[in-house]
Every structure is written in C-alpha cells, then in structure tokens.
Design a protein around this ligand. Sequence first.
Ligand code: NAP
Length: 311
Amino acid sequence: MTLRILFAAPRRLWPEFEGPLNRAFARAGIVADLSPECDDPGAVDYIVYAPRGTITDFTPFVRTRAVLNLWAGVETIVGNPTLTQPLCRMVDPGLTQGMVEYVVGNVLRHHLGTDRYIRPAAPHWDARIPPLASERKVAVLGLGVLGLAAARALVRLGFDVTGWARRARRVSGVRTRLGPAGLRATLSGAEIVVTLLPLTPATENTLDAESLGLLAQGAFIVNPGRGALIDEGALLAALGSGQVGGATLDVFRTEPLPPDHPFWADPRITITPHIAADTRAETSAEVIAENIRRDLDGRPLLHLVDRAAGY
Ligand code: NAP
C-alpha cells in the first residue's frame, strides 16, 4: 500500500528534506508518496509538520494517523484545537549534538571569562586565573533530551551541575531538583544558568526578578530554550544592577528580534539568531521513518507529546 505523506513545512525546507525522507522511507520498507502539495486532505496518512508551514486547520485530515513535528518545540501547535491526531515531537541525534556543542561552547566562554581578552578597550594584562570547572556551579533548567545531554557533557568536563525538572530521575553526577522549591535550590548561588525548558504556561517567565535574584552576583545566562522563559524587563534590570553579568540568548519572544529591541544595545548580551540546534535532515528523516514503521506495525509511537502538559 502506498502511504500519502504530506510535507507541511515551509517550502524552503523541501529541497533539503525530500531526498533524506524518501531514502529513509525506502530503508524502512515504507512505500510512500511524499509531497509538499495536498489536493485531497482526506487521503493523507501522515503529516510531517513544521510551524509556519501550510496547515493551521487539521479538521479535513480525517484519515491522518499522526502529525510528526520536525522541531523539538511544539508550543505553536500543541494548543491547536483542530489537531485531534497524535502529535510527535522531534528527537534527533543531530539536533541533540548541535545543542550540546552550543551549550558547552557558551558555558566555557563564560566560565573562562574569554570575553575580557577579546578586543580589550586598551592594552591590559589581566592575569586573573579562572576557577576550575569543579568550582563552577551550573544550573540546567530542563532535563529532557537536550537538557540531559547538555548536563552530561558539562559533568564530563567537571562542572558542578544541578538540574531542574518536573519528574524525579537519577542522573549520574547531576543533583536533581523538582518543583518550585527545587527551582529556588537550583538557582541559589548558580554562576551559569542554562535554560532548556519547553515553553508552556508553567514555564513562562521561569527567570523573573525573584529567581534572577537568587543567582550568584554576576551570573551568566545561556538561553537556547525559548525567549518567553525569561522576563525581558527583569533580565535587563538584573544586567543593569550587575546581578547578572551577561547573557547569551538564542531565542526571543519575537523572531527575528526587532532592530529596535533593547537587547541589541546591551553589550553584555550576545544574540544568536535561533541557530543553537537545528533539526538535521539526514538524522531526523530516520526518526520520522522509524516512527511511521512502528505505527504501521502496531507499536506505540515514539516522542508523543503530552497535550495536557504542553510538551
Ligand atoms: P523535552 O525532552 O521535552 O524536555 C523538557 C524538560 O523540561 C523535561 O526535563 C521536563 O521535565 C522539563 N519541564 C517541563 N516543564 C517543566 C516545569 N513546569 N517545571 C520543571 N521542569 C519542566 O524537550 P527537549 O527536547 O529537551 O527540548 C527542550 C526545548 O529546547 C524545546 O522545547 C525547545 O523549546 C528548545 N529547543 C531550542 C532549539 C534552538 O535551536 N534554540 C532547538 C531545539 C529545541 P520532565 O523531564 O520531568 O518532564
């Protein structure tokens, strides 16, 4: 049987994903008619989806067995009332590796104080020796696929890592804290904070004036999670007072970040344009093909989104 699979992502992604998806389907024994066009929604078996793609109303897709999101974050689709089909998010080894590299690179930059040696205002022999990683308290907010991989990489480098999540887990080398009291314990005295939470009603403004006030004086923030995890006004105030020493931000409430946004003018903020970790076509195609194969074989789908929790 030929499956109708709709590629409902922005058209610019089609040339990148068409080949890898078709090859992955063939390897998984899936006979697929993969197309970015849809003249008959009622005949579509699976939807490969990305925000800003072609679908906002899923009602006509009466035969669709699952929507397979190309991105890890699902905040723009999870609340769509027309989506009654199962929704899977992306867990891609290529994306995870990219995020580990982004987090480790930016944590090491702040840990080593590299910025003060890059283009100093005047010749200045500042021979302060940075502490070792074991003397540096790092908080990782979110211990899911990405937070966990980043936390493990930081532990391998010797950092003193505390992680925060919703549900209990054991992670070798990482102190794990849960719930509101756990958040306070995680942030208290932290010198570098990495935010890898999904954006949900419960996580919006996790870093606000109160929680930023718990950090060590001059702490650094690395946010590749979502912009709205941070109260922007509170961050700017904390930077102004010196409570926060600097921030590397990859994600924003509005993207692209508007040219007149105050973040651009603050030299203590490094802006990266949502490039921390991209879904890689070759590796993510394997994940999508495997999920369809599982569904066809009557096995449970992987990476199902918990619609009530929002991630
Ligand atoms: P994930 O596997 O779903 O992990 C989410 C983590 O957040 C889990 O540990 C979860 O706790 C925790 N969490 C959720 N709500 C919480 C709450 N209210 N209190 C405490 N902990 C909470 O997601 P992921 O794959 O690691 O991705 C995380 C996020 O990274 C995505 O949602 C996306 O926003 C962002 N992202 C950014 C980029 C980029 O390029 N900048 C790329 C990919 C992803 P439990 O483990 O207890 O459930």
